[in-house]
Design a binder for this molecule. Structure first.
Ligand SMILES: Cc1cc2nc3c(=O)[nH]c(=O)nc-3n(C[C@H](O)[C@H](O)[C@H](O)COP(=O)(O)O)c2cc1C
Length: 410
């Protein structure tokens, strides 16, 4: 990969102090950096430092007539092989998600047909805010690659996810991203190669709908947010993901194979069709029962005042079935246990009963806000015991789980 040109957009965050090191790494490859500094970015690092290290003048004004005549803001994107946004502030991500173009950086991003890699950096509350998470989902769906953020102590004194990935990790992501070739073609090709490259993982997600009649069904409150985040995190680690999802409230992540189903029996069939796999993560909230006397026409009140009787039958236990497969069993089977009391005891018993390798248990009792919310407090249970994780955003739970899966399959 010789002669690559990186268009580097530097946003207004504390992490801008790490950008000189990133520029050194990029130039160390013999590549060229075209630096763009936002107005806020210039509050955190200087145009002088950046331009000296980049060996190229900093581009910072949309209406700079001299430079426009010389190079033109559109050409800046045409000449680039990859656009890297670091630090990607909450504000820059929001602009990108909305398609705003009110300064040079956002205009370049909108005018570009090149691949984009963002390295978010912000306070943990800004990162966990539903607006930022919504913007992140939009960017991912648009094919933008995301590196980080890391979890740890922040400049503001708080702790959590939001620290910009280290320059070495951003550099690795740049290399991987350039390696995947043209970025706007095939969603799966947009994914940077990661430690799960060449692995196939099945993820089930969302609720199932068990029909009563054509307009009514039995369901549950699962939004599918955790399953979608897990599928996205596994994709980010390079896995090929078969995402078998019930009717969820959140969109499926980009870059995974989406198989949409409604009922538990359809989910079981879809999982079977997706085999073989290296791992199966069964995050769906599958209905335990289905209605056996469902009718093809809408049920009407008959005037007697007596409600109809619903006859229920047990649905297939997909987790126990996958765990018990002979020959076709994925090497790692991960189940989920949504509990309201005695979480560890119930989940430990469930792991043994179902025959899966791990159980991710969470407390979904009233008041936790976990079901349908953006955060999760999980306990990971394996044959060695229970490991309680702190309350984290569902994306961060997903990233940790994906890393653990990658280690287990290594
Ligand atoms: C001291 C200080 C530190 C800041 N750090 C961050 C940060 O790390 N991440 C972030 O998203 N915004 C941060 N902000 C807010 C951004 O600078 C602000 O939203 C700005 O408009 C972003 O501009 P940009 O879109 O050019 O990046 C910080 C603001 C101040 C005053």
């Amino acid at each position: 990969m010789t002669g690559k040109r990186i268009l580097l957009i530097i946003g207004g965050g504390i992490a801008a102090y790490k950008i000189p090191q990133l520029i050194r790494l990029i130039r160390g490859e013999g590549w060229t950096v075209s630096p763009v500094l936002t107005r806020a970015g210039a509050e955190f690092t200087t145009a002088m430092t950046i331009s000296v290290l980049a060996g190229e003048a900093v581009h910072d004004g949309l209406f700079d007539i001299a430079k426009e005549a010389e190079i033109g803001h559109i050409r800046l994107t045409r000449d680039a092989d990859l656009v890297v946004v670091a630090p990607a502030t909450a504000d820059l991500m929001a602009k990108m998600a909305q398609g705003l173009a009110d300064d040079l950086a956002s205009t370049l991003l909108l005018a570009s047909d090149k691949g984009v890699l963002v390295a978010p950096a912000m306070n943990v509350r800004m990162w966990n805010h539903p607006a930022t998470q919504r913007n992140l989902a939009v960017l991912r769906a648009d094919g933008v690659a995301v590196i980080g953020p890391d979890e740890g102590d922040m400049a503001c004194g708080e702790h959590g996810p939001g620290r910009m990935a280290e320059p070495e990790a951003i550099m690795a992501a740049i290399r991987a991203r350039l390696d995947t070739g043209p970025l706007l073609l095939e969603p799966q090709a947009q994914v940077a190669r990661g430690v799960l490259a060449g692995r196939h993982v099945i993820v089930t997600s969302g609720p199932t709908h068990e029909p009563i009649d054509p307009v009514r069904y039995i369901a549950n409150r699962s939004s599918g947010a955790q399953g979608a985040a897990i599928a996205g995190a596994l994709r980010d680690q390079g896995a090929r993901v078969s995402f078998v999802t019930g009717p969820a409230a959140v969109p499926a992540p980009a870059g995974v194979d989406v198989i949409r189903i409604e009922t538990a029996r359809e989910m079981r069939d879809a999982v079977e069709a997706a085999l073989p796999a290296d791992a199966a993560v069964m995050a769906a909230a599958v209905a335990d029962w289905r209605v056996v006397n469902a009718v093809p026409r809408k049920m009407k009140k008959d005037g007697s005042g007596r409600p109809p009787t619903l006859d229920l039958a047990e649905n297939p236990d997909i987790l126990a079935w996958v765990s018990g497969l002979d020959g076709r069993r994925p090497k790692l089977v991960v189940g989920f246990a949504a509990e309201t009391d005695d979480i560890v005891a119930h989940a430990t018993a469930k792991r043994l009963r179902k025959g899966c390798d791990w159980i991710v248990a969470n407390d979904v009792s009233d008041g936790t806000g976990i079901m349908g919310g953006t955060e999760n407090a999980v306990t990971l249970i394996d044959e060695t015991g229970a490991e309680e994780w702190p309350r984290l955003g569902k994306d961060e739970v997903a990233r940790r789980l994906a890393r653990r899966i990658a280690e287990a399959l290594a």
